[in-house]
Design a protein around this ligand. Structure first.
Ligand SMILES: COC(=O)c1ccc(CCNc2nc3cc4nc(N)[nH]c(=O)c4cc3[nH]2)cc1
Length: 374
């Protein structure tokens, strides 16, 4: 039986948000949680010790990327991803479906799997539910994702219906190919785009297969935030209350709060490290683009309300200088702060749920951050 268990602690009386605990073979972690992304077996520029000290519990890595480099056989020989990257907390691996669609311009989707080109050297590649499960088994992640199709946005209803039906058949093939169900959890991924009946069909197909957890896929692919929120409103209630719900690829502070309000427990996004690498940081008073000349003589912290290592020890002027000079330490400081910011935001969300005031917290955060400004 699966080593992944979700424990519901309480539901916020003001919203639909849930406070829970995700139990994994590598520790138990409170939800709602933000999971930093470490695509190539590293959360870019940050060490496992730094991730632990900021409170990261589960991090992401990626089937497609690690299959190509260094090869899942090498990771397996190292004893799996936890020992390879020296991370002894939770690891979730995405299945490669999304990366094939987002990275490879040439691709052909067939019932048996997807034919596409290696985005690094153009070689012909083939990925299938069975292959994705073989790779994730070798990586030894605590949570594996089913191999799915994440259709482009927008997609026609006809295309989406055929895609959902194929993704459900692929999910069943993933279950059959699951070699170590007692050691690794496998989450199904609900698709269906913005079509309520297709989301319902996808959820029913997957819930009937009784996965230990469910992801809401096919979002954060360019759709307006209102569409994402509407899809969540009619999708999360279709998922069992005693299982974790994971919104893939999200995201920004407002989307994390709005996703939690709609019953999401787990989030991941490259955003904090990706924007950190070009010198953009999230602060309690909105985004700061540190290269801006106005910070040249600003000897205050990135965020006046942040107690992270970066904000306790360095100024905007210094970090701006490092980023302008392309000094590696600069992107370490911005990446550290951004990941810390989202992990701490989820701590504040959990506290607001405990005190039944997540709606009030949303209003105060949005006002201070500058969301909803005309
Ligand atoms: C500066 O910010 C950025 O560069 C940046 C890049 C990409 C995203 C969007 C990520 N969105 C996203 N990731 C996703 C990963 C997914 N994986 C699977 N298997 N199935 C899905 O259905 C799926 C959907 C996603 N949507 C967000 C931010």
């Amino acid at each position: 039986m699966t080593p992944i268990r979700y424990e519901l602690i309480k539901t916020c009386k003001q919203t639909g948000a849930r406070l829970g605990i995700l139990h994994t073979p590598h520790g138990s972690f409170e939800t709602p949680m933000f999971m930093p992304v470490g695509t190539l077996a590293t959360v870019k520029t940050l060490s496992p010790e730094e991730l632990k000290e900021m409170g990261a519990g589960v991090i992401l890595s990626n089937t497609y990327h690690l299959w190509l480099r260094p090869g899942h056989d090498i990771v397996k020989e190292a004893g799996g991803l936890h020992s390879f990257m020296n991370w002894d907390r939770g690891i979730l691996t995405d299945s490669g479906g999304f990366q094939v669609f987002s990275l490879s311009e040439f691709r052909r989707i067939e019932e048996e799997g997807v034919y596409f080109r290696n985005h690094l050297n153009g070689d012909q590649l083939f990925l299938s539910p069975e292959k994705a499960m073989e790779i994730q088994n070798a990586l030894g992640s605590d949570i594996m994702m089913a191999f799915d199709e994440c259709p482009p946005y927008p997609a026609t209803y006809e295309y989406m219906k055929r895609s959902v039906e194929r993704t459900s058949r692929w999910a069943e093939r993933c279950l059959k190919a699951h070699q170590r169900p007692n050691e690794q959890g496998l989450f199904g991924i609900v698709q269906g785009g913005e079509f309520e009946d297709l989301r319902k069909q996808s959820a029913q197909d997957l819930v009937s297969l009784d996965f230990p957890g469910y992801a809401v896929g096919g979002l954060s692919v360019g759709e307006p935030k209102e569409v994402m929120n509407r899809v969540l409103e009619f999708t999360t209630p279709l998922l069992p209350a005693n299982k974790p719900r994971y919104l893939m690829g999200v995201g920004s502070p407002d989307s994390l709060i709005d996703g939690a309000i709609r019953g999401i427990d787990m989030f991941d996004c490259v955003l904090p490290t990706r924007i950190g690498r070009n010198g953009t940081v999230m602060t309690s008073e909105g985004r700061v683009v540190i290269k801006n000349a106005k910070y040249a003589r600003d000897f205050t912290p990135l965020d006046p309300n942040c107690d992270c290592y970066t904000c306790r020890n360095y100024t905007r002027a210094y970090i701006r200088h490092l980023i302008k000079c392309d000094e590696t330490f600069g992107i370490r400081l911005t990446s550290y702060h951004n990941v810390y910011f989202l992990i701490k935001l989820m701590e504040q969300v959990r506290q607001a749920i405990r005190e039944d005031r997540l709606g009030d917290f949303r209003e105060q955060f949005f006002e201070q951050y500058g969301f909803n400004k005309p």
